[in-house]
Write a protein that binds this ligand. Structure first.
Ligand code: 13P
Length: 344
């Protein structure tokens, strides 16, 4: 077997009609998601849940890669041969990747703003992750919109961390997913979201350039341009698509091979509908795809509820969302598809 290059990994991740499943919730995040459904966040339950996701029949038809959390990359399958889940995914034709940041902490002197940590020791962890089977990495920076926020200091500090992470990943033979997430929380307008996303992306690409990151070997992960969740005037699907594409055209170099969307707290059908509208654009220089967490997983988690008897139904729910989003990538999704649930 030949070792995949950065270029071949990028190409496989961006395979037509396929997206990335983000299943890299940190301990506090998975605990929050489980708690809402009265599932206790034990190592066993987390392992069982992730195994359920990754062994969903037919998943590789719609999913090119999965982002794992550190714990998962080291876990073993419950019943089968004792191999790391990362390797098991690879055997199914899905590329394993890993979240390598260590979460956010408050940015000193800047109330309400965050900086992502995890650069210390990253070089060595990357070597270990590659040995565990990972072929790509992810680092998430968070930018909040509010009165007088974000500050230039917050944007630039996060952009620099993202660039250093990307440079280290490429040196380790791993494709970095560079993720600046502009949070939906707030009552801001869609115009303000566009302005902040534009400023953030300009800063991120300036930092990537300064750090000599090869743009052809990264993926950008960010949100759609949306009205703030509490904004009384919500932009419709057509405006979201138009504004998102305009923003990216202005801020994302054509050398970047692909932009993958996070879902960020949108309802799952809403996210698919907007993705569909955005992907209908034909004249863009990058491939567009999804890298959803909640918008792929939420229905499956609600069906599973921690009970082994619900595994098959939960897998059917995941397969359904993955299929709908795959159709959206081709601009072929319609609300009717929501009634065509499949059983696995
Ligand atoms: P959501 O799609 O739930 O926003 O998660 C995507 C992700 O990977 C956030 O880092």
């Amino acid at each position: 077997m030949t070792t995949p290059t950065l270029e071949s990994t990028v190409k496989s991740l961006l395979a037509s009609g396929k997206g990335i499943l983000a299943a890299d919730e940190s301990f506090p995040t998975i605990e929050k998601r489980f708690k809402a459904l009265n599932i206790s966040s034990t190592e066993e339950n987390r392992g069982a849940y992730r195994e359920l996701l990754f062994t969903t029949p037919g998943l590789s038809e719609f999913i090119s890669g999965v982002i794992l959390f550190d714990e998962t990359a080291r876990q073993r399958m419950a019943h089968g041969v004792p191999i790391a889940i990362a390797v098991a995914l690879a055997q199914r034709g899905i590329i394993p990747g890993i979240k390598v940041d260590k979460g956010t902490v408050s940015l000193p002197n800047f109330p309400g703003e965050k900086i992502t940590q995890g650069l210390d020791g990253l070089r060595d962890r990357l070597i270990e992750y590659r040995e565990l089977g990972a072929r790509f990495t992810k680092w998430r920076a968070v930018i909040a919109i509010g009165e007088h926020l974000p500050t230039r200091t917050c944007i630039e500090a996060n952009a620099n961390a993202l660039a250093l992470f990307a440079a280290l990943s490429q040196k380790a033979g791993l494709v970095p997913i560079v993720e600046p997430e502009i949070l939906m929380n707030g009552s801001h307008s869609i115009a303000r979201c566009e302005e902040v996303t534009n400023a953030t992306l300009q800063s991120v690409f300036a930092a990537l350039f300064e750090h000599r990151v090869v743009l052809e070997h990264i993926l950008l992960k960010t949100g759609m341009i949306l009205s703030g969740a509490e904004c009384p005037q919500q932009a419709d699907v057509a405006e979201v698509a138009e504004t998102t594409l305009r923003c990216f055209r202005r801020a994302v170099p054509a050398a970047v091979p692909g932009i993958v969307f996070l879902s960020g707290g949108q309802g799952e059908e809403e996210a698919t509908l907007r993705l569909n509208a955005i992907c209908r654009a034909s004249n863009v220089p990058w491939k567009l795809s999804f890298s959803f967490g909640r918008a792929l997983q939420s229905p499956a988690l609600k069906v599973w509820k921690g009970a082994p008897a619900n595994v098959e139904a939960a897998q059917a729910a995941l397969q359904h969302r993955a299929r709908c989003n795959s159709f959206a990538l081709q601009g072929k999704y319609s609300a009717h598809m929501e009634n065509e649930k499949i059983s696995v």
